[in-house]
Design a protein around this ligand. Structure first.
Ligand code: PLP
Length: 364
């Protein structure tokens, strides 16, 4: 990608070698490539959202609530209900997707950024785009998180930000609360913040790292409504952290960054979330069946706490298998790990369509 900019154009030095985020958006029948929730919102919830949005339309000439207080209160209630915590509005910050949350964190706090790869590709991209050095630390050979390696790397490299992703994208496995607590302690000793990216937390049966916040002031938990809430198109991410860290977000947020329409839609979804929670349970069951079916095809699969699965053990190159599936109308994700592909859990029909196409290709 270097030298693609004309000489007269002074693109920032730290951006020159970067490539934009770009999961292919190909119009095929079965799309299982970006870890979205396959269910559209149920009709009652759609009505509730429309009502809340229509109440805003008459005053769109005015700027929205800059601090999104009512929405943040509802987010705090949601987290407290799930995790038995007692957060209030001042522990929550919200933005247009958790990518914006991650970008605001990277803008607000100093130091190099470290992550344990393979993991979410936007962590390095966001860090580099704001001028940070990215320090990639490899996970173990089986892609599991290695606590000793992580601790040694933090002590030696003294980053300002440490990214932990749990459940991890693209592997689907989790980092335990004990491990997160130990990382947070070592990070505190070198003055680093630990960002726990829990984009897929609702699909996991394990406790959230929000339960560690009282003992670890340098933790930030990043969450999103894009996945479990089936809200990817609405763009709503949020973080849970100490009051002081949330206050720092106000320095880097753009004025009125969350539109009245976004805030209204998210409030309605949070108030009417029962149907969503049923669907998450359904997706967890489908994930486990998908894992068994992949194993029945003789493939290797990492057990996943998320709504996607990373698999390997096929004999053709990953890029070829990916293309053969696209040719059969199934889009999954080549995450760039040799010999591995990632598939998002879809509806029962979509999962069956994927498995049938895969079986045909593998048995050719
Ligand atoms: C680990 C992780 N974090 C954050 C995000 C960003 O999600 P959003 O910006 O839609 O909240 C994603 C999206 O796929 C993700 O996989």
């Amino acid at each position: 990608m270097s030298n693609r900019w004309p000489q007269w154009l002074s693109v920032n030095e730290n951006l020159k070698d970067l490539s934009p985020y770009g999961a292919p958006q190909i119009p095929v029948a079965i799309r299982l490539n970006t870890n979205e929730n396959p269910f559209s919102l149920d009709s009652e919830l759609q009505r509730a959202i429309l009502k809340e949005i229509s109440d805003q339309v008459s005053h769109l000439n005015r700027y929205p609530d800059r601090d999104a207080v009512e929405l943040r209160e509802l987010l705090a209630q949601f987290i407290n209900e799930r995790s038995g915590t007692s957060f209030s509005v001042e522990n929550i910050w919200a933005a247009n997707g958790s990518n914006e949350i991650l970008q605001s964190i990277a803008l607000a706090f100093q130091g190099d950024a470290m992550g344990f790869e393979p993991s979410y590709s936007m962590h390095p991209l966001i860090s580099k785009s704001v001028g940070k050095k990215w320090i990639p630390i490899p996970r173990s050979k089986d892609f599991s998180f290695n606590l000793d390696t992580a601790i040694a790397a933090i002590k030696e490299q003294r980053p300002g930000l440490v990214f932990l992703t749990t459940p991890n994208n693209p592997t689907g496995d989790s980092i335990s609360l004990q491990e997160i607590a130990q990382v947070a302690q070592v990070a505190l000793n070198v003055g680093a913040l630990v960002i726990v990216d829990e984009a897929y937390a609702e699909f996991s049966n394990k406790a959230s790292a929000v339960t560690l916040l009282n003992h670890h002031p340098n933790l930030i938990i990043s969450r999103t409504m894009s996945k479990a809430f089936a809200f990817a198109g609405a763009r709503l991410g949020y973080m849970i952290a100490s009051k002081t860290l949330v206050e720092a977000m106000l320095l880097v947020r753009l004025p009125y960054h969350l539109s009245d329409l976004t805030q209204a839609a998210a409030r309605a979804a949070l108030r009417n979330r029962e149907s969503l929670q049923r669907e998450v349970e359904q997706l967890k069951v489908s994930r486990d069946s998908l894992i068994s079916e992949l194993k029945d095809l003789g493939l290797q699969v990492i057990d996943s706490d998320a709504n996607f699965v990373l698999f390997s053990g096929f004999e053709i190159p990953a890029s070829r298998l990916w293309q053969d599936l696209v040719d059969k109308g199934v889009l999954i994700r080549d995450v760039g790990i040799p010999e591995h592909l990632r598939v998002t859990v879809g509806t029962a029909e979509e999962n069956q369509g994927f498995i049938a196409a895969l079986r045909q290709i593998l048995q050719r």
